[in-house]
Design a binder for this molecule. Structure first.
Ligand code: OAD
Length: 263
């Protein structure tokens, strides 16, 4: 592992144009559970694909709404971890030395921003950008007004009622995330493609690589001759072809890889 860290630190030292691609594992050490690792309480019974669709939301509005509000409260209570902070510092370091770092994340939380990163590309949207399911108008909603607390467990009797849209007064609010079957925000995805095509280094952190088209981004980078570093405690489809695969966690490993550069 030591020599792999050294190898990664060498690519990092040389890189001027960097893309960091992150998934749910990036926020795991901030106590935000991932999608495909074991879930807790009520949510244990559901696959993400069962909850994260418009069809599921229309069919089981209280259940799916409660799931997102629960996740939103968890995110509000979470703090960015040492990995988020290392990425934020790296971006500032590169900007100050004529380089460039883009963060493209599948995460709908704001922990990269709170960890100091700017211009984060949210491939799957942002949870707190609520809008009406029917009239599509953005509507502010503060999940702290919901009658649940961080860590609260749900059962079928204490689900939250959906919130009616204050604009059209008929639809209900939905979270600003990209559900299965929906298109990614086109400008965000094309910016991410452009960034990996022009990167000399792509760092992939905490994603299972099972959801397209986000999973294609490291491959597009490789095809354009970018080096790829992957950080994930569990090997993925990318681990064999990455230039360096670090079998460890985001918060433990990113600061070690960046230590020499940011010292
Ligand atoms: P997954 O839950 O599929 O994968 C999380 C990955 O993080 C796994 O490969 C874990 O091994 C890894 N992991 C766990 N803890 C980690 C840690 N501390 N450090 C680094 N890695 C760790 O999450 P995503 O790949 O992000 O979509 O899932 C992709 C999309 O599927 C999500 O954006 C979401 C979901 O359904 C939507 O909501 C549309």
């Amino acid at each position: 592992m030591m020599s792999e860290i050294e190898g990664a630190a060498n690519w990092v030292a040389e890189a001027r144009s960097v893309v960091v691609l992150t998934g749910a594992g990036m926020s795991a050490e901030s106590s935000v559970p991932t999608f495909r690792d074991a879930q807790t309480g009520l949510w244990e019974r559901f696959e993400p694909e069962q909850l994260a669709t418009e069809e599921a939301f229309r069919a089981n509005t209280s259940l799916v709404w409660s799931w997102y509000v629960w996740r939103s409260i968890l995110i509000d209570a979470a703090e960015p971890n040492a990995g988020h902070e290392a990425i934020g510092s790296w971006q500032k370091h590169l900007a100050a030395t004529g380089g460039f770092l883009t963060v493209a994340t599948q995460n709908v939380d704001d922990l990269h921003e709170r960890g100091g990163a700017d211009g984060v590309l949210h491939l799957h949207g942002a949870l707190q950008n609520y809008r009406c399911l029917d009239c599509n108008t953005p509507v502010a909603y503060d999940s702290r007004s919901a009658a649940i607390r961080p860590g609260q467990e749900f059962d079928d009797d204490n689900l939250l009622d959906p919130v009616t849209c204050s604009h059209c007064a008929t639809g209900v609010l939905r979270p600003g995330v990209v559900w299965f079957g929906e298109r990614l925000p086109e400008d965000v995805f094309s910016s991410a493609v452009h960034a990996v095509q022009h990167a000399d280094l792509v760092v992939v952190v905490g994603t299972s690589g099972l959801v397209q088209p986000a999973a294609s981004l490291p491959i597009i980078g490789q095809e354009a001759d970018a080096k790829v570093i992957e950080i994930n405690p569990v090997p993925t489809g990318l681990s064999n072809t990455a230039d360096v695969y670090l079998q460890s966690t985001a918060a433990a490993t990113l600061p070690r890889v960046l230590n020499r550069l940011l010292a």
